[in-house]
Design a protein around this ligand. Structure first.
Ligand code: DAH
Length: 339
C-alpha cells in the first residue's frame, strides 16, 4: 500500500474542482474502480485477519467521504453554470412580442374615411368643448326649443354657453364658416350625453358626420351616397331604408336604417325582430343653417348625415354590448388581432 488512509483523506479534502476536467480527474483518482480508494479495497486480502475489520471500516468511511465530496463538486459546478444563465445567450431567437391591436372603433373610422375619400370627401375636426352657437343655435335649434332636450347635454355650470358637444354636427358649422363650397367633408369624433351606461348607450361615444354642399345637390345624391356607403361598409346585398324624421338642421330629414347584419332578416334581438337597424340620421341641410354660416341658400344646397361609430362597428363584428369598447378587456381586444 503506497498511501495511508489518512493521507488519502487529506488529499480528498484538499482537492479543488473548478471545471468538468477537474471533476473527471477527481473521479479517476478517488471514485472509479481503478482509483486509489478502489486499490485500498483490493488490498483487503493482504491485511492480517485480525486488522481486517478495522481496515475495512476505515476504507469504507474514506469511500463515503470521497463520494460525498464528489456530489458536492457536481453540485457546485452546476450552480456555477446557473450563474451563466443570468447572462442571457444573445444568439437565442427572441421571445415573441405582444403587439397591440387596432381598436375596432378605429378600424371602422378608418374604413369609413377610406370609403368617402374615394368619392372626394376630406376629413375635418372641431373641439369637444363647444359653445351654444356651434352645437345648437347655428344648427337651427331655436332657444328654449324642446329639440335641445332630445340630447341630454353636459353644460358647464359656471358658463352654460359652453357644453360638451352632443353631436359632431357642430363641425358642419365650423367648416361652413371657414370654407367656401363645394364642401365634401367627414367629421369623426367623440360626443357626450348625460345618459345612463348600458349595453346600448354610453355617456361618451363616437359619431361620424358627413356634409356635402354644392350647386344642385339633391336628396337623390344623399340616397345614392348612403347606398354606396352601406354596400362598401357591409356587403353588396345590404339594403338601406329611409324613414321620415325630424332634425332642426335638415329639411326634409330621415332616419337611416340598414338591413340587419346579424340575422339577415330572420329576426333577432339586435333588430328587435324587424330586420332593420337604425345607423343614423340624415337630410338636406336647412337653408337657415347655410345662411347662418354665410352660404347663399339660393345658390347652394347640400346634404348631411350623422352616424354612431359604435353602432356601425357592432353591426360589423356582431358585438352585442357597447360597454366592451371602453372596458379595455384584453380578451375582447385580442379578437381584433387581424385588423
Ligand atoms: N346630430 C344628429 C344626432 O346626433 C345626427 C344627425 C342627423 C346628423 C341628421 C346630421 C343629420 O348631419 O343631417 O342625433
Amino acid at each position: 500500500m503506497s498511501n495511508s488512509i489518512e493521507e488519502i483523506k487529506k488529499e480528498v479534502e484538499a482537492f479543488v474542482v473548478s471545471s468538468e476536467a477537474e471533476l473527471e480527474a477527481y473521479r479517476m483518482r478517488f471514485i472509479s474502480r481503478k482509483s486509489i480508494i478502489g486499490e485500498l479495497f483490493g488490498n483487503m486480502k493482504s491485511v492480517p485477519a485480525e486488522e481486517r475489520k478495522a481496515y475495512g471500516q476505515d476504507v469504507n468511511a474514506l469511500k463515503n467521504l470521497a463520494e460525498e465530496r464528489f456530489q458536492f463538486h457536481i453540485d457546485s459546478l452546476k450552480s456555477g453554470s446557473k450563474k451563466a444563465e443570468d447572462h442571457p445567450d444573445l444568439t437565442l431567437p427572441p421571445i415573441e412580442s405582444q403587439f397591440g391591436t387596432i381598436h375596432p372603433l378605429t378600424a371602422t373610422r378608418q374604413r369609413f374615411i377610406e370609403i368617402f375619400e374615394r368619392i372626394g370627401f376630406n376629413v375635418s375636426s372641431g373641439p369637444e368643448i363647444e359653445d351654444d352657437w356651434h352645437n345648437f343655435t347655428a344648427l337651427n335649434f331655436p332657444e328654449n326649443h324642446p329639440a335641445r332636450e332630445m340630447q341630454d347635454t353636459f353644460f358647464l355650470e359656471k358658463n352654460p354657453d359652453i357644453a360638451l358637444r352632443t353631436h359632431t354636427s357642430s363641425v358642419q358649422i365650423r367648416v361652413m364658416e371657414n370654407e367656401k363650397p363645394p364642401i365634401r367633408t367627414l367629421s369623426p369624433g367623440r360626443v357626450f350625453r348625460n345618459e345612463a351606461i348600458s349595453a346600448r348607450a354610453h355617456c361618451v361615444f363616437h359619431q361620424m358626420e358627413g356634409l356635402y354642399i354644392d350647386k344642385g345637390v339633391s336628396f337623390a345624391d344623399l340616397k345614392q351616397t348612403l347606398y354606396h356607403f352601406a354596400k362598401e361598409m357591409y356587403t353588396k346585398d345590404t339594403q338601406v331604408r329611409f324613414r321620415p324624421s325630424y332634425f332642426p338642421f335638415t329639411e326634409p330629414s330621415a332616419e337611416i336604417d340598414i338591413s340587419c347584419q346579424i340575422c339577415h332578416g330572420e329576426g333577432c334581438n339586435i333588430c328587435k325582430y324587424s330586420g332593420w337597424v337604425e345607423i343614423g340620421g340624415a337630410g338636406m341641410v336647412d337653408p337657415n343653417v347655410l345662411e347662418n354660416c354665410g352660404i347663399d341658400s339660393s345658390v347652394y344646397s347640400g346634404f348631411a348625415f350623422g352616424m354612431g361609430i359604435e353602432r356601425i362597428t357592432m353591426l360589423r363584428y356582431g358585438i352585442k354590448d357597447l360597454r366592451l369598447f371602453t372596458e379595455n378587456d384584453i380578451r375582447f381586444l385580442k379578437q381584433f388581432n387581424s385588423l
